[in-house]
Design a protein around this ligand. Structure first.
Ligand code: BG6
Length: 477
């Protein structure tokens, strides 16, 4: 592979107060899926779990061990912790009575974080829709919008005096494009797609109403969306490849950010939905609500870029090597999935592209001029405990280092980045590969079929990250 230098490769110091953090989500880390009055979510009731993992619902048992975990976060030196609140812990059936024990848990967690000097960053919804709402149609039913807004208002009232940073919906775009965490459906074909984009519209509405409520209830708070943004490269300079990249870029990325920021549908994505017959019904007043809501920042998750070419119009447009959320699938007749020959891949087939991270930040900034925070980025791997009892995850250090360098370069480009929260603070359940695929700075001693003692061990990457944080990003060695 030829190496090239990049233009204006001049890193600028990270700003004072930069939020060096790490992320998790409730269902992937907490366990205690039915403890203390919690209701079931769509995740809890699904018939099978990644790789047949048993005790999946125990996860890292963070619900019971949060105090020990926060102490370890403090030892690492985290300045921020991004986590999600399980809707069904607060309101077990999604829109009925409030569960005081669930409310109390997040007070304890937030208080422990604040006592350790760690800024809480709260995601309001990370894939775990209440099962009771799903049974009533989930996001296809407009009542779910009202239920979400009530839940959001409750969170603002409960935790608003302690929490400044709020994220609305995690990876709405991945839920729509990959669908497996959205809820149940009996529909198929075009009917299913139309229903999906109706759900998408309702989520946009829920997000807009939550942003409006946040600003009204908490004038000092800051709120933003949390999509997964992967810059899309054209396979070549062929004009048809550029057009194909524009199409996928609009459908995958800009549809979600344009709506959140400008409150209007991206026109390429809207035209695409029109050609397909998948445009959602828009009720009177919806567009005004979408236009009135404004985020304070854009949070985004970044793992890899995607590359596409002009379509051939046959099945060759589709990717053959599987297609999870970080792989481009292709769409017959619209864009062809391309394996980027310039990028290495991780062991799960995800392309590794630190320079693409800088490109993604530059484009988000250029398009919206809103401060950015990265709420996920990281390397999943089958970490092992070595004979010396340590977890030598140098491969993760290398990945994180190369991505953090690009944040410095993006800041040098003039991009306003105010935080970096890689995935994940502690080992948790991966959405596709269960327990064995680990992302954490902290190892959790369990495997797929044996809970062992769930003991926590700091990985080598966590010691390296401590130095990065202590030097405010100037020491990446
Ligand atoms: C993001 C999700 O898509 O990617 C996380 O927000 C997820 O919930 C992360 O865990 C990594 O994906 P995976 O499939 O490796 O767990």
């Amino acid at each position: 592979m030829t190496t090239h230098t990049t233009p204006a490769a001049q890193a600028t110091a990270f700003p004072e107060g930069f939020l060096w953090g790490a992320s998790t989500s409730a269902y992937q880390v907490e366990g205690a899926w039915d403890a203390d009055g919690k209701g079931p979510s769509v995740i809890d009731v699904r018939p099978s779990y990644p790789e047949g993992t048993t005790d999946y619902k125990v996860a890292a048992d963070h619900y019971h061990r949060y105090a020990e975990d926060v102490e370890l976060f403090g030892q690492i030196g985290l300045r921020a912790y991004r986590f999600s609140i399980a809707w069904t812990r607060i309101i077990p059936d999604g829109d009925g009575p409030v569960n005081a024990e669930g409310v109390a848990f997040y007070h304890r967690l937030i208080d422990a974080l604040l006592a350790a000097g760690i800024e809480p960053i709260v995601t309001m919804y990370h894939f775990d829709l209440p099962a009771a709402l799903d049974a009533q149609g989930g996001w296809a039913n407009r009542r779910t919008v009202d239920a979400f807004v009530r839940f959001a208002e409750l969170l603002f009232a409960e935790y608003g005096s302690k929490v400044t940073y709020w994220l609305t919906i995690n990876e709405q775009n991945m839920m729509i494009l990959h669908g497996d965490t959205l809820g149940t459906t009996t529909l198929s074909g075009d009917e299913a797609k139309r229903d999906l984009y109706q759900q998408n519209h309702h989520m946009f509405l829920a997000q807009a109403k939550a942003m409006l409520a946040c600003h009204e209830q908490l004038p000092k708070a800051k709120i933003g969306p949390a999509p997964n943004i992967a810059f899309v490269y054209p396979a070549s300079s062929k004009p048809e490849d550029i057009l194909a990249a524009d199409e996928w870029q609009a459908i995958r990325n800009w549809l979600y950010t344009d709506l959140a920021v400008h409150g209007r549908y991206n026109s390429l994505a809207w035209a695409y939905l029109g050609r397909k017959g998948w445009q959602p019904e828009i009720a009177e007043g919806d567009l005004e609500i979408l236009a009135a809501a404004q985020p304070d920042f854009i949070a985004f998750n970044y793992y890899a870029t995607q590359t596409v070419g002009a379509p051939s119009g046959d099945n060759g447009d589709l990717l053959v090597r599987g297609a999870d959320q970080q792989m481009v699938r292709g769409e017959v007749g619209l864009y062809r999935a391309i394996n980027n020959p310039n990028l290495p891949k991780n062991q799960f087939g995800w392309e590794i592209d630190p320079v693409g991270f800088r490109t993604t930040m530059r484009h988000l900034w250029d398009r919206y001029r809103l401060p950015l925070i990265i709420t996920e980025n990281g390397l999943g791997a089958f970490d092992e405990v070595a004979e010396d009892g340590k977890i030598h995850d140098e491969y993760r250090i290398d990945y994180l280092r190369r991505h953090i360098e690009q944040i410095g370069l993006a800041i040098g480009d003039g991009v306003d980045v105010f935080g970096y929260c890689p995935w994940s603070a502690i080992d948790l359940i991966s959405t596709h590969q269960g327990v064995r695929k680990r992302y954490g700075f902290i190892f959790v001693d369990r495997d797929e079929f044996d809970l062992k003692g769930l003991a926590r061990v700091r990985k080598e990457s966590s010691f390296w990250y401590s130095d990065v944080i202590a030097s405010n990003g100037s020491n990446l060695s």
